[in-house]
Design a protein around this ligand. Sequence first.
Ligand SMILES: Nc1nc2c(ncn2[C@@H]2O[C@H](COP(=O)(O)OP(=O)(O)OP(=O)(O)O)[C@@H](O)[C@H]2O)c(=O)[nH]1
Length: 229
Amino acid sequence: MSDIDKVRIIVVGDSGVGKTSLVHLIANNEALTSPGWTIGCAVEVKLHEYKEGTPSQCAYCIELWDIGGSISHKNTRGVFYNPVHGIILVYDLTNRKSHENLQQWIAEILNKEGKDVGKGGELEFDPEQFLGYTQIPILVIATKADMVDDTQKKKSNKKILSIAEQCGAEEICLNCHDPKSLAAGLSDSVKLSRFFDKVIEKKFYTRDTGGILEKRKYTSPYFSGFDNK
Ligand SMILES: Nc1nc2c(ncn2[C@@H]2O[C@H](COP(=O)(O)OP(=O)(O)OP(=O)(O)O)[C@@H](O)[C@H]2O)c(=O)[nH]1
C-alpha cells in the first residue's frame, strides 16, 4: 500500500466502550469476539474507494488509530494526536457517562499540552473553538446497540445528538458483534463511507474559484487542518 495516499483517523472514547471491536469490524468486515485491552495504541488499515461509482473514484488507505482509553495512559496519549485528519468519537449506549466524557476526549485532542484547564483540573471543551479552529471531520459512533431497547436508544439518541450536533457530526448506532451492522448499502455504512470521503477531501483536495474540487499538488504528511502544537 506504499504508493497509496493515506489519512490517519484516531478512534477515541472511554475504556471498554468498544473501540477495538469497532475498528476490527470496519477494517475486516468481521466481528472480534474477544478483544484485548489496548495499551497505548493499535493501528488497523482499510482500503477505501473515494467517491466510489463516480469518475473521481480513487483508492486511499485509511489508518484507524485505536487509542487505549485507560485513564492511566492519559498523559502519554498526546504522541498519537499529530497528525490527525479525522476523529471517530465512540461511546457505549449502556453507559451514559461514556457519552458525557466525549467532551473531555475532544478537549484532550485539542489541548494535548494541557492548556485551558478548568478549576477542577479538567480540560475545557469549547465546541466553537474546536469547529472553527480545527475543522477536523468528526463521526460519533454509539456501540452496544444490541444491549438496549428502542426506547433507550431514542433517549440516548437525544444525548448523542447534543455532542454530534455541537461538532457538526453525523452519528451511527451499531452492534460491533454483528458483521451485518456495516453491510454495504445500509445507511450507517453510507455515513461511514461519506465520513472517509470527507477526511480524504480535507487532506488532499481544494476547491477552485468555481467551487470545483481539485487535488492539491503537494500535501504535507502532517497537514491536518490545524497545527495541533
Ligand atoms: N454486546 C456488545 N458488546 C460489545 C460491543 N462492542 C464491544 N463490545 C464488548 O465490549 C468489551 C470492550 O470492548 P473493546 O473493543 O475491548 O473496548 P475498547 O474501547 O477498545 O477498550 P480499551 O482497549 O480498554 O480502550 C468487549 O467485551 C467487547 O466484546 C457491542 O456492540 N455489543
